[in-house]
Design a protein. Sequence first.
Length: 306
Amino acid sequence: MVDDSTIVYAGAEAGTQTELINPNEIAALAKKPNRKPQKDDERKYLWVIFASIAVLALFAVVIFAGVQIHNRRQQQLAQEHARCEGAMAALDKKAKQYEELRAGDGASAGTISDIQVADSGTVELLDEQLKAQTPAATSCDVPSVDQYDARIQQIRDHEEWYDAHMRSLQEAVDSVNDSKRLKEVEEATAALDDTLREAQTTLDLTRGQVADEATWSRLSELYDKAKQAEAAGDLDEITSIEQQIKSAISDVNASRDKKIADDERKAREEAQKKAQAEADRKKAESQSSKDNDGNANQDNKDNDRR
């Protein structure tokens, strides 16, 4: 307890007073803790907390931004990879078509030699096309988005190569086949010309000299038809008509031989008939002569008796 008796009031003026500090109060105040340093510590702790929160928030923002950037990069990589795979699918399709052409019609035409075609240059050109080096294999395995553009452009270049060489290979194959067919037409036409000359000779020599006129007429019709086939350059028709003409020539010759044989037979029969008639005539004359001689002898005997 503070002893109020120790308090001294000073000042005689009315309405004012001065409080003198009691020594006990001073001692009590000395024993109380200093409040100001505690408040500074609290502020310091708050700043530390705020700074930590700010750092954590910044760290979280950085991580979030990094995740977003990574996700965006992965998304871009996925998109570019899908675009690259689409280009690769188109490239693989063209490469397959090219290989099928080269292994199919190309290889078949490649077996044709230069002596089988009208133009040997077509065979040489086809050989060059068949030996063309195809583009190196590629893929969509690239590590960055920036490299996808270059890889896709490479794929596009390969596609253009296959497009160009597929056209040139097909043209080379067609040229060889056309040249081979042209040579075959030339050879077939030459053979047909020989057959037509034989047919013309046969027609001239057998006109009216055949047993069956229908065979001669058929050969004449085929001759005219063969001339039309030659003008059209139709290999199949030329080959077919030549075989028909050869068969028709054989039929005409056989008909002529039959007529000759018939004529000879008829001639023999006629000669035999004439010979038989002559023999019968002579026999009749001989018999008549004998009869006359017998009658004469009988008359002479009768006269002698008289």
